[in-house]
Design a protein around this ligand. Sequence first.
Ligand SMILES: C[S@@+](CC[C@H](N)C(=O)[O-])C[C@H]1O[C@@H](n2cnc3c(N)ncnc32)[C@H](O)[C@@H]1O
Length: 446
Amino acid sequence: MALQDAELLEKIRQQFETAPYPNMPLELSAKSDANLLYANSFVTPFYLRNQQLASPKDLAILDVGCGTGYKTLVLAEANPGAAIFGIDLSAKSIQLAQQRLRFHGFAEAQFQVLSLFDLEQLDQQFDYINCDEVLYLMPDLAQTLQILKTKLKPQGILRGNLHSLFQRYHYFRAQELFTALGLMQGNPGQQEIEIVLETMRGLSDDVPLKQQTWSAKQADQEPQDYVLMNYLFHGDQGYTIPDLFEALDQADLEFICMTNQRSWDLARLFQDPQNLPPFWQENLPKLSIQEQLQLFELIAPIHRLLDFWVGQAGQTPAWKPPASWTDKDWETARVRLHPQLQTPTVKAAITAAIRQQQQFDLTPYLTAAAPDQVRVAISPYIAACLLPLWDAPQQFPALVKRILKIYACDPITLKPASPQRTSQELRNTLINLEKYLYLLITRLPQ
Ligand SMILES: C[S@@+](CC[C@H](N)C(=O)[O-])C[C@H]1O[C@@H](n2cnc3c(N)ncnc32)[C@H](O)[C@@H]1O
């Protein structure tokens, strides 16, 4: 490691030693945050890549740069039974993370004060490596990814994220300002934080830096975290989509998808996504995922993080989306709920909707699955058909039998419902729900 990198690492360590992150109350539980659990459940990226269910048995998870352990707690809650290991450069953070996990009943979670540059000291490989809000601090992204890869099992998945250069652009300017003012020479403390606060509060409201960066609400609520993580952040760097893909290439890692993939839909940036301008209609389907993401960030740099899942190269099996499955595929299809939807609360709500013969809107229970403004609702009949999924996975033919019982007859002709048409309609509904991962549908390998 170059001397200036070692100095930077030490500055980062000191920053988090004096201000461990995140500054969340110990008692705060992650149990009821379905969206966070969804994004931190190994089931989600494994299914997205393999179209299979991850076997949660013996799952080993490493949280790199775990900080005070709130995200580690989310990982533990989202992956029941998994062995959890957290590392961080800052001893204070590790102490707090350990306390947090113990407090919430995960006493067996292990922690170690360790830099990710010393990962070779761990004699274990992991199914899932979480590196959340850390990578953008590293001097060499490709090298860091290569190090993380050495601890990933062949089928393992790595979640990482980078600060977006375009979305954070004005904060990077602010960081340059406060560096020029001498606030970043050492470890920024209370005095430096106060100078930032009084500067930003004191600037006229119509001054660009204030308009483009300042959140009075966040500054009032959590002044220390807000200032340190935005205005006085040692090592903070911005990245673009091409930067990300170049580093993945160098590290020989395979992109799976963004963790919030649905919010990166280019077509939805247009007034009428179904009716794009002719140039876009013709060319959009020809674009690679990387190209689509790059155009998205150029048109709409709305995501603070480029938040992604990747795996070892060559591990993505060839699979067909359920929309292209044959009748034979569907005969062996097994349908289950995403674990984050399979809760007593959702079961009670769907049961009530069936009783009251009302549409059931799944979106509020898992907003992360569907893009903004998209509502995913099902009729009370479909809801009644899917209800057994809250108890156990179901074979597709069993669901067809159930929907035929529910429909009994065609409400217009009063003739018995057509098994073929009913089965096709049910398939279409399931395909739509699978698209948003409310349902996970697997089939026997052919
Ligand atoms: C912004 S915090 C993120 C904490 C946590 N992952 C989260 O998302 O809440 C960054 C953390 O990475 C740790 N860190 C920075 N560089 C590291 C390194 N080289 N090795 C291990 N941890 C590091 C810091 O000490 C800090 O706790």
